[in-house]
Design a protein around this ligand. Sequence first.
Ligand SMILES: C[S@@+](CC[C@H](N)C(=O)[O-])C[C@H]1O[C@@H](n2cnc3c(N)ncnc32)[C@H](O)[C@@H]1O
Length: 456
Amino acid sequence: MALDSYLAAHNLALIPRQSSYRAVVTRSPISKGSVIIESPPLCSFPTSSVADSICNHCFNSQVSSSHSLMRCSRCKSALYCSVRCQRKAWNLHHKWLCDGIITNNTNGDYEMLRRVCLVIGGIAKKEYLTDYDVLYETFGGLMDHKNDYSQDMLEYFNHVATAILNELSSIKNFNKNNFTTNNLVSFLCIFGCNNFTVHDNQIFPVGEGTYPVGSLFNHSCYPNAVVMYHGNVQVIKAIEDISSNDEVMISYIDTANTKTTRQQLLTAKYYFDCECIRCNDNVPLMTFKDVDHLLVPASSTMPTTLLLELSTRQRTLLSPLLPSLFTIPTSIPPTLLPSLLSQPHTPLTLLSQHLSDLLRNELWDIAAGIGYRILAIYILCYPKYHPMIGLHLYTMAKCFWNSTSGGRTAVEEAVKLSASARAVLEVSYKDCGKINWDVINAIDDLSMMALKELNI
Ligand SMILES: C[S@@+](CC[C@H](N)C(=O)[O-])C[C@H]1O[C@@H](n2cnc3c(N)ncnc32)[C@H](O)[C@@H]1O
């Protein structure tokens, strides 16, 4: 099926756009929580730090209690959750990479190029790839930004491309003449500004993937869609109701960064100046420029007057927003409001680090307080139904549930936060497979235990 028909089957269309070359728009309204499109990777591989604990094909970390991940009997390195995954991996790449797999996985550029060439070069058995024709057509049309890469980078790509071409030439039936070094350099350029980091159900990175269909979506720092993964299948979910003919936009970077940092990250990797709704600071509900003040690190060398000003701005910004933003779907305990607003200015990175330390040391009550400060910032940085907000609400529910001093009030708070976490996460996790739904089940378990304790 050609790309246009493939997109049309999902009520989407790819239209030309001056600012971004092309844009994906809807052809009928899409409601929040719907799957916009689901597509497999052209190629993917696990991140080396977790390759020893997940299926190297589908990235599943959970196997039934009676089974463990199976090791490839030849290289004793690659792990698979099922014979089906092992067979797919074998026919797509592992058959040729088996001997050198440990070193292969250490460099993403080499690994991705090798795998893409095996598939496109006709060596890998394409029948093991779903929708190959659409993936291949779409990959060929992606932006490579070749003219924007530095000379040093292009020289490095040239080096990688030459090495891979030589390596693949030793494989029987690999037709080296199908490729030039220049083709392969273009592929590497495409990877650089199109590839995705695959994440698990906690938004923790587990792999890298070339997802040509997902690569058609443009970036916004305040997106209406998020990228989820069901194993290594990519699912684009709507986190807002999207009207007919509106553009569907995802985020390429973590948007809990200041405008300056976001712009730097986007220019360095994707070669464009973001002019999204947030970068333009034209959302009436909140002043995004002011949100930046919650994100900048306040260094000890900063004059006290500036620190005080940042603190005041933070208070001024948060106080009117908290009641309205927290009521639906979250509610903030009125007792916590004063402490939330009276603490000195602390940027998000420090707060997050502090929260991790508190959670590690099981200091649940203090963690809950810090958690609310982070939540306030998240609510300003992320769209309301973004999974980062939902996962954070779940962490806070656990803090209140584990609280030793909060008594009944803390348990009640755990129930409220669980309900909020569920309401937010359902939007992105629904219809995204069992692994994602397991998080919702865990939230329900926590909620049930808390309700039982309250005798409700
Ligand atoms: C993954 S591709 C997105 C699809 C691309 N527009 C296309 O037609 O193939 C990423 C590239 O699209 C462009 N792009 C993405 N989001 C953009 C935005 N918000 N404004 C301008 N250009 C954007 C940039 O050139 C970026 O490097």
